[in-house]
Write a protein that binds this ligand. Structure first.
Ligand code: NAD
Length: 321
């Protein structure tokens, strides 16, 4: 069995490898070669922690396993370690034997950024120039860095509920040599691509804050009750998702479905676009919206990729297990 510790991930995993792994597994999901198991998420009644498992099996990539972990809200304050903690376990699909244990913290950010990047690559207009960020927390920096590689963006604009956090994303824009402007939500009308990645439970971005032709990647809503964009926006847009079952239950679509604005059959799996079964964007005026809820197969895909890289570079620890 191989172990790839969290400390090795930054030096091993590239954004390109994460993009490839996530794009492949989305395609496998749409062609029914891969599926996610039901998610377990529990408030364990200790340290106010939320703990759970996200697993699945990809018959195409032969990846079987789960991510175990969750959110410990007091970690940073009391122990000096980050609040989100996760570990990926991979198993040999031929025998069921444990194959690898991989640090999952950085991988989670990389696979989440890869998901919105895959959506931008397949759905944004080719001539997109302005990218708008709604959110400026931990994930937002990863999201922006990866998204900037998908189109020849010329400007980054940003809005955040807590304006003091905006320098987090301004720094990424500056590193990429792009101008950054803080805007009110109405200013998002200038964006060709918008990424929302907040922990909000009420919509910030309204339907009239978005111009025709925009691609949105809504990445923050991954739990029942969370919401980043007005439900009416989903009725104006063509809606794509990583997994439809999650989109309608824990994603942005939960609200539009509950309000009767869209139906489950209106949502397209992004993998269908990757596979060529759906044309994706059909006109320069169409609004496309990707509801990225985060599936276990994404974690397994990037973990399998990093295990291969770690073995090739002699950085994986082999244990007799
Ligand atoms: P963070 O705590 O670092 O940042 C939170 C962000 O939300 C900040 O921009 C903050 O200003 C904003 N925010 C907080 N309260 C708000 C409110 N009431 N209205 C509007 N904005 C508000 O968190 P993070 O690690 O960057 O995670 C952001 C979100 O992404 C979380 O909801 C997390 O669960 C989600 N997430 C999703 C996936 C996925 O696969 N889809 C993966 C990882 C994280």
């Amino acid at each position: 069995m191989w172990i790839v510790p969290e400390r090795e991930i930054a030096g091993l995993m590239t954004r390109e490898a994460a993009f490839d792994a996530v794009e492949k597994v989305f395609a496998a999901m749409a062609s029914k070669d891969a599926y996610n198991f039901p998610v377990v998420r529990e408030a364990i009644g200790h340290e106010d922690a939320l703990y759970g498992f996200k697993g699945g099996f990809d018959r195409a990539g032969l990846t079987l396993g789960l991510k175990a972990g969750g959110y410990w809200p007091h970690n940073l304050e009391t122990k000096g370690i980050i609040n989100h903690q996760s570990t990926v376990f991979l198993f040999d699909p031929e025998t069921g034997r444990a194959k690898a244990m991989v640090g999952g913290n950085l991988l989670t950010a990389l696979r989440t950024a890869a998901a919105s990047s895959v959506s931008i690559a397949h759905l944004a207009r080719k001539d997109a120039k302005v990218i708008g960020m709604v959110g400026a927390g931990h994930q937002a920096t990863f999201q922006l860095r990866a998204a900037l590689e998908q189109r020849d963006f010329e400007k980054v604009i940003g809005w955040n509920y807590h304006p003091d956090m905006l320098p987090n994303i301004e720094k990424i824009a500056t590193e990429a040599g792009l101008p950054f402007e803080a805007v009110p939500l109405e200013g998002m009308r200038d964006a060709d691509v918008i990424i929302s990645i907040t922990s909000s439970f009420a919509p910030s971005l309204m339907a009239d804050h978005v111009s025709p032709g925009t691609h949105l990647a809504c990445m923050g809503t991954d739990t029942k009750g969370k919401q980043e964009v007005e439900a009416a926006l989903l009725a104006r847009a063509t809606v794509f998702a990583d997994e439809i079952a999650q989109s309608v239950s824990i994603g942005e679509a939960q609200h539009a479905i509950a309000a009767g604005l869209i139906a489950e059959r209106d949502i397209v799996e992004i993998g269908a676009v990757i596979n060529g079964a759906h044309p994706g964007r059909r006109s320069a005026d169409e609004i496309t919206l990707f509801d990225g809820t985060g599936v276990g197969l994404q974690d397994l895909a990037v973990a399998a990729s990093v295990v291969d890289l770690a073995i090739a570079k002699g950085l994986a620890i082999e244990v007799d297990f």
